[in-house]
Write a protein that binds this ligand. Sequence first.
Ligand SMILES: Cc1cc2nc3c(=O)[nH]c(=O)nc-3n(C[C@H](O)[C@H](O)[C@H](O)COP(=O)(O)O)c2cc1C
Ligand SMILES: [Fe+2]
Ligand SMILES: [Fe+2]
Length: 404
Amino acid sequence: MQNTVQVKPDIIWVGGNDRRVNRFENLFPLTHGMSYNAYVILDEKTVLTDTVDRSISVLFMENVKAALAGRQLDYLVIHHMEPDHCANIEAIVQAYPDIQLIGNRNTYKFLTQFYPAFAFNHFITVKEGEELTIGKRTLRFYMTPNVHWPEVMMSYEVSEGLLFSADAFGSFATIDGNLFSDEIYFPEGIIDEARRYYVNIVGKFGSHVLKALKKFSDLNITTILPLHGPIYRTPEHIGQILAAYQNWASYDFDKKSALILYASMYGNTENAVDILASQLAKKGVREIKVYDISDTDPSYLIAEMWQYSHLVFAAPNYNGDLFYKMDALIREALRLNLKNKKVSFISNATWGGLALKTMQGYFEDDKRFAQVGTPVEIPSAVCEGTVDALAALADELSASLTAD
Ligand SMILES: Cc1cc2nc3c(=O)[nH]c(=O)nc-3n(C[C@H](O)[C@H](O)[C@H](O)COP(=O)(O)O)c2cc1C
Ligand SMILES: [Fe+2]
Ligand SMILES: [Fe+2]
């Protein structure tokens, strides 16, 4: 049975939730499922903006049919050709054979790649700034490449200032009845999952996000309708999510404190970082956070890294080199373009290896990072000398935290 939500008198949410999926992109753990948003606009012409993931295809087709209330579908605007939004294009074209598909040149390219056996006869290619008038409403198309795929575009509805923003401003977690950010605890209820979504999926493309934000800075935006997560329709919440994106895309931090990320097999490295955290707290550092990286999914850790000004990496030597989960974590964070951080290091060696060198190597000769303090090398277990070295590192860290 259909389950639609009225966004405006003539705009209907036809999306849905997947609560069975454990990992988005089969990669990022989901603790509260995932939503896929799509919208039907009823004007002189009818428009569907995007489709949904195949996990909710049946509900989606029912929703579209119900929203149209017997009318035909004139246009499908394809903002993004990733399968979590394009999985039902063929089904839509089969159900509404006279439909015209709207996208850009890359959209068409990807469409033919994802649907190699299907002939799309009615595809309209649009360019930056082109408009489609559908009656009272007009959609203007903005190309926003690499937010987060090359073909991504957004639509701005001119008469009311509605931004159909593709994956931008999206979030993990389901829509639980309340489709609008002003109907949930905001930002507390969603911002952590919105950040984790942004950092891990869009984070690499900060410069492209900033370009898109600049394009929209002159527009009057009254509503943001993303492809995942809540719709934003109050000036306050729109301001907050735009400001958050500006901050995240600028690789800025909002916590001037230390995030301590450690790996430890037998607890000795863990012991050292707990001592460091206590020493930092004694010196007045607040909001310190310590994570066992073997225990927490990297998507959470990298989202945390985005927030902090100072990062401490602590890991043992393992088979002559860096404990591989730490190695993978650092490499993935750097691939996502993590930058503008102060970094410190702790390693643990019983007989020796490259752990410290490898960690440092990822950040040295890179102006986007500065090392704080002398690295601490734990000789298997924490000894008096280690405690002194940790105290020296705590001194340097707290000095750096107050200086910058
Ligand atoms: C599989 C394995 C490989 C190891 N490889 C190295 C190594 O290459 N070099 C080294 O100095 N210590 C190595 N160690 C020993 C660790 O440095 C030692 O266990 C240390 O206490 C680990 O810190 P933790 O107590 O925080 O896990 C290895 C330990 C294990 C279990
Ligand atoms: Fe996407
Ligand atoms: Fe998506």
